[in-house]
Design a protein around this ligand. Sequence first.
Ligand SMILES: NC(=O)c1ccc[n+]([C@@H]2O[C@H](COP(=O)([O-])OP(=O)(O)OC[C@H]3O[C@@H](n4cnc5c(N)ncnc54)[C@H](OP(=O)(O)O)[C@@H]3O)[C@@H](O)[C@H]2O)c1
Length: 268
Amino acid sequence: MDRIKDKVAIVTACTRGIGRAISDRFAEEGAIVYMAVRRVDAGQEIADTHNALGRRVHVVYFDGDILDTIRPMVESVYEAEGRIDILVNNLGGGVRPGNKDIVGSDMEAIHKAFEFNTIVTSLCAQYAVPHMIEGGGGSIVNISSETAVVPQLTRSWYGIAKTAVNALTEHIAVQYGPQNIRCNAVMPPFTKTDAVKVLPPEFMEQYARAVPLRRVAEPEDMANAVLFLASDEASFITGQCLLVNGGYTLPGADYADSIAPRTAGCRG
Ligand SMILES: NC(=O)c1ccc[n+]([C@@H]2O[C@H](COP(=O)([O-])OP(=O)(O)OC[C@H]3O[C@@H](n4cnc5c(N)ncnc54)[C@H](OP(=O)(O)O)[C@@H]3O)[C@@H](O)[C@H]2O)c1
């Protein structure tokens, strides 16, 4: 409890999934949470549940498909609180049908992958960083993906855009470290959210057999890592992109007999 007490935190895209787990965890840990969401009513319902327990959760309008909503979202939080301490850039995904292998991808899907994953993340940081500097520092956590470091057979531009999120993380860390702003990323693997519900259970079971810790990630696994990186407990950690994947990417060829074969499908 109270690991980020009284910190003003923005979490984007948090009505469901990993973002929801993060904003819930932040609220439990004493932060003043701003849920930046496109479905304001749904966000308000979640906020009301927290606030009934004495927590402090607010809702601000933000649509990752409309870039013009980003600046007003950040500014409205600053106007209300006079500071921004934590920014979690959770919005991402949005994979279009034309996002395939390198030869087969169409330009519209390529552009959208970069806009939805990299550019929105960058703009949220661009508008929040000056306010963090005014407040003496801050912590940014970007939600990247395991696919940033493990190439896929399809959905290439989602992975490449997330690799760019990792690079963005390092750039922010280097550029604003002297102003006491830290920036790190969490790279989720397959995580049990609506985004992967479409996958057959057999596929998930096969995947889990290839994970040394032998299970599929929960949104709360990501939220716990984000909480740590956002908090002062990580005060000397910056520019790091953390895999929270039960060791999935570790086994080498000499380990092949003791794990199931790698799945050929797409990761989140
Ligand atoms: N799940 C995985 O396996 C996995 C793996 C690697 C990385 N990730 C990354 O983790 C992050 C969260 O993914 P998730 O699996 O938790 O997603 P999710 O369960 O599908 O939830 C998506 C969230 O994003 C919101 N959203 C979608 N489009 C939006 C828009 N245009 N503007 C504002 N909000 C929007 C949704 O709001 P509504 O309720 O309004 O639709 C919802 O709250 C993403 O960056 C994703 O790339 C996920």
